[in-house]
Design a protein around this ligand. Structure first.
Ligand SMILES: Cc1ncc(COP(=O)(O)OP(=O)(O)O)c(N)n1
Ligand SMILES: Cc1ncsc1CCOP(=O)(O)O
Ligand SMILES: [Mg+2]
Length: 211
C-alpha cells in the first residue's frame, strides 16, 4: 500500500451543520493522506451513497480510501480497501473477496498484531491508545502497546484512539509514525489547520520523510 502518515476517519456526529464531504475535503487539503468512511448508524444504502461520494473525492486528490466494516460496499465503490475489527469476517476470508486491495485490522494486544501480520494484513490499527468518546467502551491500550508493536511488528501500523494535538507527542515518543484521529480532526472548527498541526508534530519526529 502507499505510504501514509495522517489517517482521517469520518465522524458526522462531531460536525452538526457541516457536510461530511466538506469536512473531509478540508482534512485532505490539510494533509490527511488516507481517509476512512466509518458510519455505524446508516443503512447499507446510505453508507453506499457516502462511499461513492468519498471515493470520488479521494480519487480527485489521489488519497487512499478505506471503508470501515463493509467489504461489499468497499468493492461496490471501488475503494482502495477495507478496515476490519476482531469480530468481523476473518482476514483469510476477507482476502478471498478483497484480492490485492488493502485490508487493515484493528488490534488491541500483541497476539492480535502478530496474527494479523502472519495472515497478511496490509496494516494494523493500534488502539485505543487513550480513552475516547468515539468508542466509549473500548479499553485503552496505552502507549506501552505502541512500544511492543514497534519492537516486533514489521507491517505498517497506525495509532488510534483519543489522539489529540495536546497528547500526540506521547504517541510519537513511543515510536508511532502514523496517526489516526476522528474527533480532533472532524470536530475542529478548522480541520485543514488541525491536520497541518498534526503533520508538523509528525515531521518533528521524521524530519519530513514519509516512513
Ligand atoms: C484505522 C482504524 N483502526 C481501528 C479501527 C476500529 O475498528 P473496529 O475495532 O472494527 O471498530 P469500529 O471502528 O468498527 O467501531 C478503525 N475503524 N480504524
Ligand atoms: C474507531 C476507533 N477504534 C479505536 S479508537 C476509535 C475511535 C477514535 O476516535 P477519536 O480519534 O475521536 O478518539
Ligand atoms: Mg469494525
Amino acid at each position: 500500500m502507499r505510504e501514509f502518515r495522517l489517517y482521517a476517519i469520518t465522524g458526522e456526529e462531531y460536525h452538526p451543520g457541516r457536510s461530511m464531504l466538506e469536512v473531509m475535503e478540508e482534512a485532505i487539503k490539510g494533509g490527511a493522506d488516507i481517509v476512512q468512511l466509518r458510519d455505524k448508524k446508516g443503512t447499507k444504502r446510505e453508507i453506499l451513497e457516502k462511499a461513492y461520494a468519498l471515493r470520488e473525492l479521494t480519487a480527485r486528490y489521489n488519497v487512499t480510501f478505506i471503508v470501515n466494516d463493509h467489504i461489499d460496499i468497499a468493492l461496490a465503490c471501488e475503494a482502495d480497501g477495507v478496515h476490519l475489527g476482531q469480530d468481523d469476517l476473518p482476514l483469510s476470508e476477507a482476502r478471498k473477496l478483497m484480492g490485492k486491495r488493502i485490508i487493515g485490522i484493528s488490534t488491541h494486544r500483541i497476539e492480535e498484531a502478530r496474527a494479523a501480520e502472519a495472515e497478511g494484513a496490509d496494516y494494523i490499527g493500534v488502539g485505543p491508545i487513550f480513552p475516547t468518546k468515539t468508542k466509549e467502551h473500548a479499553k485503552p491500550v496505552t502507549t506501552e502497546y505502541i512500544k511492543q508493536v514497534e519492537r516486533e511488528i514489521k507491517i505498517p501500523y497506525v495509532a488510534i484512539g483519543g489522539i489529540k494535538l495536546h497528547n500526540v507527542d506521547d504517541v510519537l515518543a513511543a515510536g508511532a509514525r502514523r496517526i489516526c484521529a476522528v474527533s480532533e480532526i472532524v470536530g475542529s472548527p478548522d480541520p485543514a489547520e488541525t491536520c497541518r498541526a498534526f503533520i508538523r508534530k509528525i515531521e518533528a519526529y521524521t524530519g519530513g520523510d514519509k516512513q
